[in-house]
Ligand binder design. Structure first.
Ligand SMILES: Cc1cc2nc3c(=O)[nH]c(=O)nc-3n(C[C@H](O)[C@H](O)[C@H](O)COP(=O)(O)OP(=O)(O)OC[C@H]3O[C@@H](n4cnc5c(N)ncnc54)[C@H](O)[C@@H]3O)c2cc1C
Length: 464
């Protein structure tokens, strides 16, 4: 439905993911008198449906991907694991005091509960956590403890729907429309330019484009000559094992965050997005397939999956981490016409996996249309070495992780790398233009993306 747009707004928000949504909630918490417009290139929550969901069709490369775009952003079909620690899921402590980040996390968490997140929290048994820490540290692994609230992919939609109903009619919502440009004249913010060249004026703009919109935002930031800070690129694989193998960790802390520094390269390797009894899924990012994972609150598989990501800073003068990550993922796509899967045993023996070899394995892939192949053709030596080392270390904590039957899917890449220079209110170098969430390199998860929206909204409220 076409929203009748005003000519000018107090605030325009680009992106209806958690960053954008929590900014709006914060404004509405304070006053309903502001003229606010949220623009998202995706669809409203009730219309978000991936064409692949109910058919065997392969990706039709929709102009905006329903899995990542629209009301709820990438959060709508996410696993909904809320990491309740300032050390996990973002860099907010870079901008504001750690204690303040903790308070914000509690505040945002409370809002998730208000709209339907479950009360239960994982990872509160400190004695067991300490025991685990002793075992991991003996094996070169650092366990970062975070309490987790697990909403689950199925319930995420309900929570977002509830928020959507609350916001209904209080602000203008424009779906299926892309913000093409940030409208800046002689260094002053004027508003935004939408698809078709339509101009909308705004006193304040909050850009919350997520990973999906990070390339667009990077182009805009370069056009506007904003200072961009160098960031690492996170590239790796998704690992799938029988759920029982990872249970020593997942039974104590739902989402074990482990960090390992490789002996060969001294690179940081970390576990990311652990999905007990979950599914490996494909993610389509503008022309390339990458891997991800999720788990349902009410539907369990026999397997647990998690990513092993390697963070590296590149040598000067290289400044294109996003292009580099896309290139590596594309290599795997070339070989597999999509996502590659390989048994760890085959990788170690230097041979490809085949349908037959995968069938012989004791781990049944939850991602059915991954192509068996050879990841060593796609992933550079440095990444492979780092990941194989970490699997060995992890095997000492959870015997069986380093088994020849373990499945590896590639490539998993995280494109949240572009980071414009921001103040502690998350304002860019252009006055009244704020940038929040994953697309601004501020966060890497739901809670910190949401909290960053609150920070920007509060800064604007103070000025209003
Ligand atoms: C499969 C999957 C599982 C995940 N699981 C978890 C998890 O368990 N726990 C966790 O903490 N995090 C998880 N995440 C990450 C989490 O979803 C993100 O951190 C979070 O959604 C980021 O919020 P955001 O608001 O910054 O951006 P997003 O949620 O990505 O939203 C950005 C929105 O901006 C819109 N947009 C972009 N550019 C434009 C433009 N130019 N014009 C108009 N609209 C635009 C997009 O369409 C999108 O809707 C998962 C992500 C995925 C993909």
């Amino acid at each position: 439905m076409e929203t009748a747009l005003r000519k000018s707004y107090d605030i325009v928000i680009v992106g209806a993911g958690p960053g954008g949504i929590f900014a709006v909630l914060e404004f509405l918490n304070s006053t309903e008198d502001l003229k606010i417009l949220i623009v998202d290139k995706g669809k409203d929550i009730s219309e978000r449906q991936c064409p692949m969901k109910n058919s065997e069709a392969s990706c039709t490369a929709c102009p905006s991907c329903s899995l990542l775009s629209g009301w709820g952003g990438a959060g709508a079909f996410s696993d909904g694991k809320l990491s309740l620690s300032p050390d996990v899921g973002g860099h907010l402590t870079k901008y504001i005091d750690r204690e303040e980040v903790k308070r914000l996390i509690d505040y945002v968490d409370g809002i998730y509960i208000k709209y339907g997140a479950p009360e239960h929290i994982y990872g509160e048994d400190i004695e067991e956590i300490e025991k685990l820490k002793r075992i991991t540290s003996k094996n070169d692994l650092l366990l970062v403890h975070s309490r987790i609230r697990h909403i689950g992919t199925d319930r995420c939609r309900d929570v977002l729907q509830n928020i959507r109903e609350f916001i209904n009619n209080k602000v203008d919502l424009l779906f299926g429309t892309k913000v093409m440009r940030l409208d800046i004249e002689k260094g002053k913010l004027r508003g935004v330019v939408l698809t078709g060249g339509r101009r909308v004026k705004a006193k304040y703009v909050i850009v919350a484009p997520g990973r999906e919109g990070s390339s667009w935002f990077e182009r805009e930031a370069k056009r506007l000559k904003l200072t961009l800070l160098n960031n690492p690129v996170d590239i790796g694989l998704r690992v799938e094992v029988p759920a029982s193998v990872l249970e020593p960790l997942t039974s104590v802390t739902y989402e074990p965050k482990l960090i390992y520094y490789s002996k060969r390269f001294d690179d940081k390797v970390r576990t990311f997005c652990v999905n007990p009894h979950g599914e490996v899924v494909k993610e389509y990012l503008k022309g390339i397939w990458t891997v991800n994972g999720h788990s349902y609150a009410n539907k369990k598989t026999e397997n647990t999956n998690f990513a092993l990501l390697v963070s590296t800073y590149f040598t000067e003068p290289f400044h294109e981490p996003i292009s580099y990550g896309r290139y590596i993922a594309r290599l795997a796509n070339f070989l597999a016409k999509g996502v590659l899967v390989q048994r760890l045993g085959d990788l170690r023996r230097g041979r490809r996996s085949t349908e037959e070899r995968i069938k012989k394995g004791i781990v049944e892939p939850t991602l059915k249309d991954a192509t068996p192949g050879d990841l060593s053709f796609a992933l550079p030596y440095r990444y492979l070495t780092d990941i194989l080392e970490m699997l060995e270390a992890l095997d000492k904590v959870c015997p069986g992780v380093n088994s020849r039957h373990t499945l590896l899917y590639g490539i998993e890449v995280k494109f949240y790398s572009m980071q414009p220079k921001l103040t502690n209110e998350l304002e860019t170098e252009i006055e009244n233009l704020f940038a929040v969430g994953d697309g601004a390199g501020v966060s890497r998860g739901l809670i910190q993306a949401s909290a960053s929206g609150v920070i920007a909204a509060r800064a604007i409220l103070r000025r209003l």
